[in-house]
Design a protein around this ligand. Sequence first.
Ligand code: FAD
Length: 414
Amino acid sequence: MKNGVVIVGAGHAGVQAAASLREEGYEGPVVLVGDEKDWPYHKPPLSKTFIKDGEAKPQPLRGDTFFSGHNIDFRPGIRVERIDLSQRRLDIAGGDALPFDRLILATGSRPRPLPLPGADLAGVVSLRSLDDARAIRDLSASASDVVILGGGFIGLEIAATLAAGGRKVTVMEAADRVLGRAIAPVIAGHVHDRLVGGGVRILTGTTVSRLEGDNGRVAAAVTSTGERLPAQLVIIGVGVVPNVELAEAAGIVTGNGIRIDQHMRSSVPEVLAIGDVANYRHWATGGDVRLESVQNATDQAKLAARTILGHADAYAAVPWFWSDIGDMKLQMVGLTGGSDQCVVLGDAAENKFSVYHYANGRLIAIESVNRPGDHMLGRKMLGAGFSPTPDEVAGGPDAMKAALAAFQQSEPAA
Ligand code: FAD
């Protein structure tokens, strides 16, 4: 492969794909192109520690010499504008072209825009990039009132962080509870109550009808019920949309993301897609998913590298995710869709409990608050294809560990 592999997007997925190609022994050219000017960085701290501490530095995904040391041609600050499939070439901003033999699209996602009168006022931001986080940090330094539109993970993480820093924070959520449908109501309720206890005001079942400005800067958010909330900073956190436009324009099949098979290949086999932008049929549930997590970006990147090297293994990673909201470390493993029975372990009053989800009598997911041991054991159990009985779960971690060990002993060696 003379032109080698070109990877578009230098986030969690793209950087891991470049690294994995080398780890797997790929010796051809690897070019990593990203449109951000910053050195590739971890995204999760942006809504947590980074905006809390004025001195916090971004956490690099790899060290200074990683790319040169692994013979990876990293080109930051460059936007790919078009894929020419017939010529196997990318058009990049400024008029240059970049040939490829294999292409990995790791273009991620971007904040979903909220069409709203006043959304273009200064002081109205979303959080995706390091630049966005810098803007939030700067704006929050002089803001006393902050309104957050959307009660998802990122919105609530920011709410907890800014409230702990003394801001008066209001979260507006259109649904009747925070954290959407994917998480157990008992956890959503716990997070809600604890945030309220920490001084965050949460308005569920409420939308914003407009933002009002003063000299071009946001000054207030007006709710659907007519309440006027003062705000010097408004953060829009209503989810993301996948960056599919490059693929779509090239005729690659999309649909809530770039459609890929179990080997990360798109409808054009020499073009692969990974991370937030990839939509695939989940190996366990049979449903189509597009997961937005570091785990998914990392594991898909590793598999894409293996596919390019000719391996035939299919994607079967157990999904997991975490979120830090104030003094709550939330950890999820598995997918909760179809959950028809739950077993709760631990005590919400102590801010430490886990919810074990079953579907048709099988354990499918575990959601934990401040019980990292449950999460790690859950990853082992789901990874091994083991489902403890609800009684074994109720017996606590030791009972589950014993049952897992017995299961593994009884399994014929692979
Ligand atoms: P990204 O990291 O978004 O990278 C895509 C890159 O491609 C971007 O740099 C983009 O600018 C670039 N790009 C797009 N189009 C082009 C183009 N045409 N040319 C060149 N470059 C292009 N996940 C967790 O598991 N736990 C958490 O606690 C957590 N917290 C998060 C907090 C925040 C604030 C955010 C924003 C995300 C968080 N996530 C968390 C989600 C996680 O960060 C994402 O799932 C992950 O970053 C996805 O990686 P990716 O490489 O697919 O996309």
